[in-house]
Every structure is written in C-alpha cells, then in structure tokens.
Design a protein around this ligand. Structure first.
Ligand code: SAM
Ligand code: MD0
Ligand code: SF4
Length: 355
C-alpha cells in the first residue's frame, strides 16, 4: 500500500526521505487541507533548524549584458534593450551600503557579459576581490557557467558561494530553454564549485512546461548534488522573448516546491525571492519554509531584478529596512553576520546549519 499524504510528510519529517513517486505526491496537494498540512510541516522543520532567524541577501545585478539567448530571459542576447554595466567602484559602494543596512551576503550577479568573461573572468574577479576586501561580508557570485578551472580563482578572490541554476533536470526541456548551452557543463558547475571549496546554489524554475515528475526529479537531483542552497522560482513570462505568451502558472506551485525541499533538506538554505511577486510574496514563501530572503535591492540606484526588473525596487519595498520591518511583524528577525557565519561554518563542515 503506498503511503498517504500525511504519512509521506511524517516519514520525510523523521528524516526518512521520499521516493520520486512520493515527492511527486507531495508536490500535488489535492485540496487546501493537504496544502496547509504541507506548509505547516515545512515551517516547523525550518523553525527546528533555524529558530526565528532569517538570512538576508542583497542583490547587485551589476551587468545586464549577456552573450546567451535563454528563451525565458528578459536580458537574452537578441532583446534590444538599454543595458547597463556598473563600474567596480559602484559595485563596491553598493555592496558597502547594503552591508551597512544589515545584509548578511551580497550576491554579485551578471549576464554572461563578454567584457567580464574575457581573460579568465579577470574583470569580475577584480570586483569580487575588492568587495570581499572592502566590505568584508559573505559574497555569492552568479556569473553564469564558467570553465572548470575557474572555480579555484573565484574561491581565491574571496567568494563564499557560487550560484548557477539548472532550471530543470529534464534534458529535452533544458535544450529548449537554455538555447545553445550544454546541460552537462552547467550541471558540472555545482560539483566543481564544491570541489573548489565554495558553497553551491542550484535552482529550478516552476511553470516552464515541466511535469510534476520532472519537478520531483529536479528536486531530488539538486539534493543529491549536495548543493547547500536550493531554490524554486516561478517563471515570469517576459515581453519580447519567445516565451512571452506562456500560460501563467499557479503561484502555489512554487510555494509547494519550497515546502517539499524544506521537508527533504531541513538544514539547507532555501530562498524566498522577492523577484517573483515582489514584497507581497514574502510572507507566503516564509510560511512555506524558506529561511533566506533574496533579491533585496537598494532603491533608486538604477539596478534591475531578473524576473521582475522593476517591481518594488524604486519604491523602496525591496530595501533592507522595509524587509526588516515586515519580518518584525511576522515574529521573525534578521540574523546577525556572526549568526550567518556560524551557520555557514556548519554547512561547510557538512552538517546542517542548525544554531
Ligand atoms: N546570467 C547568469 C545565469 O543565467 O546563470 C546569472 C543570472 S540569471 C539572470 C539568474 C536566474 O534568474 C536564472 O538562472 C533563472 O533561474 C532566473 N530567471 C531568469 N529569467 C527568469 C524569468 N523570466 N522568470 C523567473 N526566473 C528567471
Ligand atoms: C534572486 N534575482 O535571488 C535574484 C537572482 C542570482 N543568484 C539570484 C535570481 O531572486
Ligand atoms: Fe543571460 Fe542568464 Fe539571462 Fe540566460 S538567464 S540570457 S545566461 S542573463
């Protein structure tokens, strides 16, 4: 007899994992009762591991130039757009002000900007070094896919995390999304990063035309690669791209994916991204078991988001101060940098981030 929904949750909560079929079942709550059972189990697992602490990541999308042509992305090569590239000094100043506002980590993100990728990513490495030395907090790099030999250079420059999202582990679907890109090379990024001593983030998009079985497989694969941070983000159709007319997805699917990842991976970092529904989407993601808030962007600095390039940025709703006030109202609090570093130390040691 297959386990019922509540029994699958119980087994996962007790650390017994879940088979691909069971993960698919968890990803398909049949009614509100099942959905809220799942969310409250995930939230209690998260609270057991992290208490009331939430980690805050500032997002600095410093170059929107890109040589790639991903079908889903607003910044794909073929889109004629005003693009920007911040100077090293600007990135340093932005990162410093995010730190001063209370962020735990700065995520230095770019399109695969030819100028930044040239010469073994030397211009990007210079930026990483200057932010690490000048700002002193944790640094994530999101440069796209890089050659295997580059990971040690990112580590030496001071990066703590390397983020690269597979989007899906269905190879056929991947080839229709990340046009002209190699599945295995992108998959390699996660293990190469970890081999070089970096923490690694992987992610999937929800609503790209994947099946529930695909989603289950992607969640289990991200887990087996050992990625310390795993995310799910709803695909947001973008004007001017081949996928502009895609049918919008049920926003609950992302929340369910977050909750399932939390049940399966209690001590890992799981983001609530402000880049999908803006600040309005924060509470539901935390209620589903997320423990990190990403895509916090300072207002009025001409910085963009990825999936929502403008939403809630210039009105200050994605600022650190606003996020902290909302957390307070939810009975949660932003972790200090000492607490964040202690959590990372545990992750690096291969344990959970409890404490
Ligand atoms: N250019 C690098 C790369 O692609 O790995 C780093 C930044 S990229 C812009 C970061 C991620 O944003 C993508 O991997 C994808 O998961 C997400 N993203 C891009 N376009 C999106 C969209 N339309 N809706 C939701 N997420 C999106
Ligand atoms: C986010 N817009 O966290 C950012 C981005 C890249 N490492 C992160 C997708 O939602
Ligand atoms: Fe470029 Fe990243 Fe957008 Fe793909 S997702 S087009 S690599 S910025």
């Amino acid at each position: 007899m297959p386990l019922n929904f509540a029994e699958i949750i119980d087994k996962a909560k007790r650390g017994g994992g879940a088979s691909p079929g069971e993960v698919a079942r968890l990803l398909s709550p049949r009614d509100e009762v099942e959905a809220s059972e799942l969310f409250s189990a995930a939230a209690s697992v998260r609270d057991r591991a992290f208490g009331d602490k939430v980690f805050l990541y500032g997002f600095v999308y410093f170059s929107t130039h890109c040589r790639n042509n991903c079908a889903f992305c607003y910044y794909r090569r073929e889109s004629r757009l005003p693009r920007y590239r911040k100077t090293g000094d600007e990135v340093l100043a932005l990162s410093g002000s995010l730190r001063d506002a209370g962020i735990n980590l700065v995520d230095l993100t770019m399109g695969e900007d030819p100028l930044m990728c040239a010469d073994g990513h030397s211009a990007f490495l210079d930026i990483v070094r200057s932010v690490k030395d000048g700002v002193g907090i944790s640094v994530m790099v999101s440069p796209g896919a890089v050659p295997e030999e580059s990971f040690v250079k990112f580590k030496e420059a001071g990066a703590d995390w390397f983020a690269c999202y597979q989007e899906t582990y269905n190879r056929g679907l991947f080839s229709r999304l990340r046009l002209e890109q190699d599945f295995d090379h992108r998959m390699g990024q996660k293990t190469w990063a970890r081999k070089a001593g970096l923490l690694s983030e992987d992610g999937i998009m929800v609503g790209l035309g994947e099946t529930v079985a695909d989603r289950a497989d992607s969640i289990l694969t991200m887990g087996s690669l050992g990625c310390e941070q795993v995310r799910a983000m709803t695909f947001v159709p973008q004007e001017g791209t081949p996928m502009r007319d895609a049918r919008p997805t049920d926003p609950r699917d992302e929340l369910v994916a977050i909750a399932v990842m939390r049940l399966l991976y209690p001590g890992r970092f799981i983001p609530a991204s402000l880049d999908v529904e803006g600040i309005a989407g924060l509470k539901s993601r935390l209620d589903a078991g997320a423990n990190v808030i990403t895509s916090i962007v300072p207002p009025c600095e001409d910085l963009a988001g990825v999936a929502q390039h403008e939403l809630d940025i210039d009105n200050g709703n994605r600022s650190v101060g606003h996020v902290m006030r909302l957390l307070d109202g939810m009975g949660r609090r932003a972790a200090s940098n000492t607490e964040y570093e202690a959590a990372l130390k545990k992750l690096r040691a291969g344990g959970t981030a409890v404490g």
